[in-house]
Design a protein around this ligand. Structure first.
Ligand code: COS
Length: 386
């Protein structure tokens, strides 16, 4: 469903006010405490942010892709930890169910995901399978009408809070590729499922990842996303989920870049050296102009790709282009922001160095830049072959 223009504008305005009045003032606290205060989590819940992309019939807001990227541009303006809290429920944690799930799976999980009462995680990556996701080793051995899951998943975002995991496991032991991988819905508390210690990361404090360990975890065949008929089709589910996730992340990158540009401009217009604001210096102007142009280019390509996706077109190649460009772009913008802020850029009190560390992840997760290049080139060859 698509919101009318006025409703969308109102929603984005409310979200923008919330980001400016509640989230930005709490950024330093979240980073220092490595936690989002419980009252803010509740406010985020009350705003409906856990269910942005979950259909209205299941209690979400049901934004189209174009509307979702508009919301992500706004949410990207603050610490990525806030976006990360709601990110898995809107993206990789729920989309598998929305795209390929059974009616029963949708009815069971989506309403609670939409409210944030239940947090979902996407358990694909393993100690020895990251970029080569199809080579995963977690096994799912069939036993009657159940499967027994064994393996370890690594760097799983929101796992410490999650009540539901989409676990990708190999149901066909004879295959070593993406064929024979199945997506299972596994609830926290299922015997044999445990978590490793919380990972200590470079940035994004307040957002947590950890290992998910599966030791003889027994789940019914009905836990396969889409039901038993989708055994062996889990990798395709993962790829479809990532197509959407990559576009969302691109918009978050662009929001973060726009925030850093705003902060850099304001600092440059205020800070005086050689008798005038440094914004008057052409070498500073060059950095500001490059950043502004690149962020604008990212915004345009993301909006266009979102429109194409809403029109039902396959946008795997474009989504990968957006993810590659926007995540690399925000890295350059963050680097220039540190440079424009000079000494202040390196000092924690200004928050610029925190963003510099936070945005580094964008070039890595939901597929590295190098993986996006592979997806783009493969897409080009496919198009050329007709
Ligand atoms: N939508 C639907 N199906 C897709 C798809 C997509 N976007 N991309 C691939 N597929 C299908 C292919 O059509 C193919 O199906 P067939 O075997 O029926 O032809 C199957 O999936 C395997 O595709 P492919 O051969 O391209 O897979 P590869 O093993 O070569 O892997 C990459 C492709 C590298 C692109 C993939 O492994 C990948 O995206 N890796 C990165 C994973 C990642 O992002 N990890 C981050 C952690 S998760 S947050």
């Amino acid at each position: 469903m698509s919101l009318d223009a006025e409703t969308l504008a109102q929603f984005l305005e409310t979200l923008d006010r919330f980001v400016k009045e509640r989230l930005i003032p709490n950024e330093a606290k979240v980073a220092d405490d490595d936690a989002i205060p419980a009252e803010l989590v509740q406010e985020i819940r009350d705003m409906g942010l856990f269910g942005l992309s979950i259909p209205e019939e299941y209690g979400g807001i049901g934004l189209t892709m174009y509307e979702e990227v508009q919301a992500a541009f706004v949410l990207g303006q603050t610490s990525p930890a806030f976006r990360s809290l709601v990110g898995t429920n809107n993206g990789i944690g729920s989309q598998g169910i929305i795209i390929d799930g059974t009616a029963e799976q949708k009815a069971t999980y989506l309403p609670r995901l939409a409210t944030g009462e239940l947090i979902a995680s996407f358990a694909l990556t393993e100690p020895e399978a990251g970029s080569d996701a199809g080579s995963l080793r977690t096994s799912a051995r069939k036993e009657g009408d159940h499967y027994i899951l064994n393996g370890t998943k690594r760097y799983i975002t929101n796992a410490p809070r999650a009540g539901l995991f989409t676990v990708f496991a190999r149901t066909d032991a004879t295959s070593k590729t993406s064929a024979g991988v199945t997506a299972f819905l596994v609830e926290a508390g299922t015997p044999g499922l445990s978590l490793g210690p919380i990972d200590r990361k470079m940035g994004q404090k307040g957002s947590h990842t950890c290992d998910v360990i599966l030791e003889d975890v027994r789940v019914p065949a009905s836990a396969i996303i889409g039901g038993p008929a989708r055994e062996g089709l889990g990798f395709k589910t993962a790829m479809k989920v990532l197509d959407r996730g990559r576009l969302h992340i691109s918009a978050v990158c662009t929001g973060a870049a726009e925030r850093l540009i705003r902060d850099s401009l304001s600092y440059a217009m205020d800070r005086k050296q050689f008798g005038e604001p440094i914004a008057e210096k052409q070498l500073i102007q060059a950095m500001l102009a490059d950043s502004r142009t690149e962020a604008f280019a990212a915004r345009c390509m993301i909006e266009e790709t979102a429109r194409r996706k809403d029109a039902g077109r396959n946008v795997s190649t474009e989504a990968a282009s957006c993810k590659m460009y926007a995540s690399e772009m925000v890295g350059r913008v963050a680097d220039r922001a540190v440079q424009i802020h000079g000494g202040a850029g390196y000092i924690a009190d200004y928050g610029i160095e925190r963003f510099y560390r936070d945005v580094r992840l964008f070039r890595i997760y939901e597929g590295t830049t190098q993986i996006q290049q592979i997806v783009i080139a493969k897409g080009m060859m496919k198009e050329a072959q007709g």
